[in-house]
Design a protein around this ligand. Structure first.
Ligand SMILES: Nc1nc2c(ncn2[C@@H]2O[C@H](COP(=O)(O)OP(=O)(O)OP(=O)(O)O)[C@@H](O)[C@H]2O)c(=O)[nH]1
Length: 317
């Protein structure tokens, strides 16, 4: 590994460690209370562990899965000690994450045979959608890719302006129309423009109004259909952005969006400053969708490619 790469990955690791600090300290302080005075993993410990996982926003279904697996291990080894609980949990969580997050990317990359690679970004307002698009544009640009943004969240003028701010900051072209225009028309124009400019990556922002599922579904379906007139297999990625600090709300949003469209990957933002980082484990497992990116700060470099090994290492360090 080159010196530059080593320094970069060390910084990345430190940001991840720092980003997960609150989740970790809350989780492990609950866990130590859960096993206090116990030497053996028995039913009481498992009940307490269940509570720890649920209250750490891992989600009920995933918690039950983890508990069941640990129960199986206890059934095989009746003298399983509580001091082994950490490493058992680590193994089970790593195993769960590996089921859905099959890749092992650590860098921002796109498939070589998809040009332009079209990412349609969905999610409700305020989750960090625009910031994530800006950070993504910055990272792809850094790796020498030509990026074009499309402001298809035409519902609010502020959304278009905010994306413009990021486009200016990163120095990438943006395609926009005035507020209230047809989002599908903006997406179409963006793809046309991206193809004409020989873009490598096109990122389309969409409005995330959840109050009417049928409308949302129709709107996203129409955007996809219109994009396919320009790039037949677009979008290559439908990226749902979720605010990790909202815990159970993020689960609810994932439920709504997966009903409205085929979501192919997740970005979980704002993991720094929250103790609810367990959502990364639960949402990915429950919806069987890989987490592609995590937001660990407000800065332009604070978006990381999610890597299950790094995540588990950082969490159980
Ligand atoms: N701490 C932290 N803040 C973040 C992160 N990602 C986004 N934010 C902040 O979250 C706030 C909302 O982000 P936006 O990108 O504006 O959210 P949006 O989903 O586009 O929302 P609208 O602009 O309302 O459509 C901003 O203040 C961002 O700086 C993150 O990973 N960590």
């Amino acid at each position: 590994m080159s010196l530059f790469k080593r320094i970069f990955s060390k910084e990345k690791k430190e940001t991840l460690d720092k980003g997960l600090e609150k989740t970790k300290s809350s989780f492990f302080s609950k866990l130590s209370k859960a096993v206090a005075g116990k030497t053996k993993v028995d039913d009481d410990v498992l009940d307490n562990l269940e509570e720890v996982l649920v209250s750490s926003d891992v989600g009920v279904e995933t918690t039950l899965k983890v508990i069941e697996r640990i129960e199986e291990r206890v059934a095989k080894d009746k003298y399983l000690g509580t001091e082994e609980l950490n490493s058992i949990l680590r193994e089970e969580i790593a195993g769960l994450l590996a089921e859905t997050n099959v890749g092992n990317d650590t860098d921002f990359c796109i498939p070589a045979n998809k040009k332009p690679y079209v990412i349609m970004v969905v999610g409700v307002n305020g989750v960090g959608k625009t910031t994530t698009i800006g950070k993504l544009a910055a990272q792809f640009t850094k790796t020498g890719k030509k990026v074009v943004l499309g402001a298809a969240d035409t519902f609010r003028a502020a959304a278009i302006d905010q994306l413009q701010v990021w486009a200016d900051r990163v120095g990438v072209p943006i395609v926009r129309q005035e507020m209230g225009s047809d989002p599908a028309s903006v997406a179409y124009d963006t793809l046309k423009s991206g193809v004409a400019q020989d873009a490598d990556v096109i990122i389309i922002d969409t409005a995330g109004r959840l109050h009417n599922k049928v409308n949302l579904m129709n709107e996203l379906t129409k955007i996809k259909r219109v994009m396919q007139k320009v790039v037949a297999d677009a979008p290559h990625d439908v990226l749902l952005v979720l605010d990790g600090s909202t815990g159970q709300n993020a689960f609810e949003q994932a439920k709504q969006f997966t009903k409205a469209t085929e979501v192919t990957s997740l970005a979980v933002t704002k993991l720094d400053g929250t103790a609810k980082g367990g959502v990364v484990i639960g949402i990915s497992d429950q919806f069987q969708i890989p987490v592609k990116y995590i937001g660990v700060g407000e800065g332009i470099d604070d978006l990381q490619v999610f890597n299950k090994i790094e995540f588990v290492d950082s969490f159980f360090k």
